[in-house]
Design a protein around this ligand. Structure first.
Ligand code: SF4
Length: 74
């Protein structure tokens, strides 16, 4: 398992993560920031544990994110 984390309040809504990994990211119509699907918030960090299969695509999202708020651990 790996953990994906997003510092959501710093998201600028560029949509790159959604384009690269639409099964894990979606844009919120409410505030224009992307949402890490199935994540939970703790002190400004939204996290979710996912299977190894999602590593590559989310590494791509993390690399593309212009404000570098997506992290992968594990
Ligand atoms: S790539 Fe980064 S800034 Fe762009 S929508 Fe995703 S989390 Fe937000």
């Amino acid at each position: 398992m790996i953990t994906i984390t997003q510092q959501r309040l710093k998201c600028i809504g560029c949509n790159y993560c959604v384009e690269v990994a639409p099964h894990r990211w979606q844009m919120s119509k409410k505030d224009g920031r992307s949402q890490l699907i199935d994540s939970r918030e703790r002190r400004g960090f939204w996290s979710v544990q996912v299977s190894e299969e999602e590593r590559e695509i989310n590494e791509k999202a993390a690399k593309l994110c212009p404000v570098k708020i997506i992290q992968l651990r594990g």
